[in-house]
Write a protein that binds this ligand. Structure first.
Ligand SMILES: NC(=O)c1ccc[n+]([C@@H]2O[C@H](COP(=O)([O-])OP(=O)(O)OC[C@H]3O[C@@H](n4cnc5c(N)ncnc54)[C@H](O)[C@@H]3O)[C@@H](O)[C@H]2O)c1
Length: 358
């Protein structure tokens, strides 16, 4: 890569599930990457294999605290720092709002001071429990502003509004992606997301917990597809600011997903039904027409292949965790030692992951 093409890129939340895959892709493309993280929900072990790489810097820092622009002159900022699973973001909801809103302000100020382009990892949760299906970007959403999920949903909505105000008021080059459920290697064992919950329960021989009657739907995007879309969005025409939906439009009920995971994991665990939690969206599916039109992007990893790969990764993570005798460690910590045995590349993604044509 020529010095001209090489960029200095800041990834906040870079040691988390999505951020660590993004760092890998950017480093592999020859860029300089600064990974900023406070390790509150992510793990340094997700990026451990990059420590010592000449283009990689790991910075322990709370994104909600102001940064000196002089020390962080960058060309691009991906703002991902934020607890993403309900278990994590509801543990300290005030801190969640602080992280999202002050984090956005700090990163936007940095972008303004340095002239960097900045991308916000927003979320399908800005649509709340949607009355429009599938969700299209012009839909304003149906969010309970005082519920348990509001710290995350309203925080992300506020961050989006800040991004567009910085764009209009100060001319900052902004990009906003609304990420729908994403899954893959390096999800955490105990983070309470449906995909990791089901897989871990199936592998431990515990009944899979389905809420309500399991008829609520979600759509799942493989992490490699998501990272591809984020990079395309960051480098797309400046006039295309988003917000743009990024997700896989294949919709699946939670009951069907549970049954599929049992089958792919070869598990005889049953299914147990619990009451649906408050404000749990009934349906979730992105309309990705805009992403296709502006970014030429559609997801390519088939759900069965992606889930089978993720099951294999968790199987190894749990085995390594049991070996270590360390409870509560992240799956990614445990899995590292097994990367070679699993034939997993450093990005944590099997080379042979199945893809379907767009
Ligand atoms: N994974 C998904 O399905 C999904 C869906 C929608 C949106 N998102 C968004 O994508 C981003 C990444 O999600 P993820 O799934 O990788 O979650 P994650 O929890 O694995 O990663 C988030 C990272 O941010 C770090 N972080 C949290 N608070 C911080 C703070 N105050 N200062 C610095 N670092 C902090 C954590 O330590 C962690 O490494 C989040 O912004 C999330 O809202 C994810």
């Amino acid at each position: 890569m020529t010095a001209l093409a090489q960029k200095r890129i800041l990834v906040t939340g870079g040691s988390g599930f999505l951020g660590s895959h993004l760092c890998d892709r950017l480093l592999d493309a020859g860029h300089q990457v600064i990974c900023l993280d406070d390790f509150s929900t992510g793990s340094a072990s997700n990026v451990e294999h990059r420590i010592g790489h000449p283009n990689f810097t790991l910075l322990e820092q709370d994104v909600a605290l102001a940064l000196s622009p002089a020390s962080l002159a960058v060309d691009q900022i991906y703002n991902l720092a934020c607890p993403a699973s309900p278990v994590h973001y509801q543990r300290d909801p005030v801190r969640t709002t602080r992280t999202i809103v002050l984090g956005a302000l700090n990163m936007l100020d940095l972008a303004r001071a340095t002239g960097a382009r900045i991308l916000q990892a927003s979320t399908s949760e800005v649509y709340g429990d949607p009355e429009v299906h599938p969700q299209i970007e012009p839909y304003w959403g149906h969010v309970n502003p005082v519920g348990l999920r509001a710290c995350y949903d309203e925080g992300k909505r506020c961050a989006e509004s800040l991004f567009f105000d910085y764009h209009r008021q100060y001319g900052v080059s902004v990009k906003v992606v609304r990420i729908f459920n994403t899954y893959g290697p390096r999800m955490q064992v105990g983070d309470g997301r449906v995909m990791s919950n089901f897989i871990v329960q199936a592998l431990r021989g515990e009944p899979l917990t389905v809420y309500g009657r399991g008829q609520q739907t979600r759509s799942f995007c493989h992490v490699s597809d998501l990272v591809e879309a984020m990079i395309r969005m960051m480098n797309s025409d400046a006039a295309f600011t988003g917000p743009v939906n990024i997700g896989n439009p294949v919709e699946v009920t939670m009951l069907a997903l549970a049954e599929r995971i049992l089958c792919l994991a070869g598990s005889v665990s049953g299914i147990t039904y619990l009451p649906a939690p408050a404000d749990d969206p009934a349906r979730r599916r992105p309309d990705i027409t805009l992403a296709h039109r502006h970014l030429g992007w559609t997801p390519s990893v088939d759900l069965d292949c992606g889930v089978a790969q993720t099951v294999a990764w968790f199987r190894h993570a749990l085995a390594a965790e049991a070996c270590d005798g360390v409870h509560g460690r992240h799956g990614s910590d445990a899995a590292r030692s097994g990367d070679t045995a699993l034939n997993v590349d450093p990005s944590g993604v099997h080379a042979d992951v199945g893809r379907v044509s767009p």
